[in-house]
Ligand binder design. Structure first.
Ligand SMILES: NC(=O)C1=CN([C@@H]2O[C@H](COP(=O)(O)OP(=O)(O)OC[C@H]3O[C@@H](n4cnc5c(N)ncnc54)[C@H](OP(=O)(O)O)[C@@H]3O)[C@@H](O)[C@H]2O)C=CC1
Ligand SMILES: CC(=O)N[C@@H](CCC(=O)OP(=O)(O)O)C(=O)O
Length: 345
């Protein structure tokens, strides 16, 4: 099959290309740019110079829909909401890495993203691609909305205890940290070297656009879940997210019982790995791979559960999960093209 990548000159687009070039069912990746048409991708990423079919093409909806069965968007918010409907209407499948189709209520999108939402018609048909928990719908999707990086780590970490109704519904606190590639390739004041190096910064306090995305899914699993407290920090590394999650247990528990629950919940999920009692994952253990690694603890003194969930923001948090979703949508082996071991150290 032929694939289109719109936004190929960005970090998410480059990761899509890295995996899709080695995907057994992908014949060719066509690459598109809104600002560099006719130029070889090596002008953006010199390390891909040996790929001779990597000339960036102009975004022409008719031509792309003719040539490609699936169109990936790795573009900033506001792009896919404008362009994706035309692809859907022409029969192509769309996988969107941006936040444009994640929130079902357009008014909520406008409040948190401060920009115009897509039309309700497309918001309602978009399928949320948290692969491990939505496969029946993903199989039928024509417009697949890939989850945000923080929501992926947070929701995979919370799913078992929320679904099993083990926690007080108003007690969820998420303390999350991200590497700088999460902010994309474009230079900005907040992400240049001397702002980030040897520094830890909290940002978007109580106003992060991923808060409604996380709450939407948690409330779909358990309608009694109350608004969460969710904080994001920028830390001096390139890739990786760690979400440290706290919630109060409704009844006394043990760490063994929690580990059993998580292992059972993810027994058929090849990309989610659960640590033994007393062990916790670190971001290097998933670097460059599509894994989400999770460790859990229970504090008998406070009655609180701690869940530590790590991913590579560009892989399981973006391009990797998008390809996992492609595999499910096409009925292929879920691991196709994604069997990279983490790079450690
Ligand atoms: N970085 C991450 O860890 C994650 C990112 N995401 C989301 O994925 C999307 C891509 O992120 P990322 O790759 O990091 O971003 P980058 O800033 O690295 O790349 C975005 C690319 O989009 C293209 N673009 C910009 N404006 C337009 C436009 N008007 N029309 C078409 N293309 C445009 C640009 O390429 P050109 O100028 O060549 O067109 C650019 O290279 C974003 O929505 C982001 O929020 C989601 C999860 C994780
Ligand atoms: C480190 C960093 O800045 N991360 C970005 C993640 C952005 C992102 O992925 O945005 P959408 O998922 O909403 O498209 C942020 O916190 O906004």
């Amino acid at each position: 099959m032929n694939i289109a990548i719109i936004g190929a000159t960005g970090y998410g687009g480059a990761e899509l290309l890295r995996f899709l070039r080695n995907h057994p069912h992908v014949r060719r990746c066509y690459l598109y740019s809104s600002s560099q048409e006719g130029i070889h991708l090596s002008e953006s990423f010199a390390h891909v110079g040996e790929i001779d079919d990597a000339i960036l093409k102009k975004i022409d909806v008719e031509q792309i829909a003719d040539e490609c069965e699936v169109v990936f968007f790795a573009t900033p918010p506001g792009v896919s909401s404008t362009l994706a409907p035309a692809f859907i209407d022409q029969g192509a499948k769309v996988i969107d890495l941006s936040g444009d189709f994640r929130l079902k209520d357009g008014a909520v999108y406008e409040a948190w993203y401060k920009r115009q939402a897509s039309s309700d018609h497309y918001l309602q048909q978009a399928v949320y691609g948290l692969t491990e928990w939505n496969k029946p719908n993903i199989r039928k999707a024509r417009l697949l909305s890939n989850p945000g990086c923080y929501p992926t780590a947070t929701l995979l970490g919370l799913a078992p205890i929320v679904k099993e109704q083990l926690i007080e519904e108003d007690s969820i606190i998420v303390d999350a940290k991200s590497g700088v590639s999460g902010a994309g390739r474009k230079a900005s004041l907040n992400t240049h070297f001397s702002e980030v190096n040897e520094n830890v910064k909290i940002y978007k306090v109580n106003s992060h656009q991923h808060i409604p995305e996380i709450e939407q899914m948690l409330q779909a699993w358990n309608e009694r879940i109350q608004p969460i407290t969710f904080s994001t920090h920028l830390i001096p590394m390139t890739r990786g997210i760690m979400a440290t999650i706290y919630a109060k247990a409704k009844h006394p528990l043990s760490v063994d019982r929690l580990v059993d629950l998580y292992k059972t919940s993810y027994k058929d999920s090849m990309f989610v790995r659960i640590r033994k009692p007393g062990q916790f994952p670190s971001t290097k253990e998933v670097y460059g791979s599509n894994y989400c690694d999770i460790g859990v603890a229970y504090d008998e003194r406070t009655g609180r559960i701690t869940v530590v969930s790590v991913i590579d923001n560009l892989v399981k948090g973006a391009a990797g999960q998008a390809i996992q979703n492609l595999n499910v949508m096409m009925g292929w082996n879920e691991e196709s093209g994604l069997t990279y071991m983490p790079i450690y150290p």
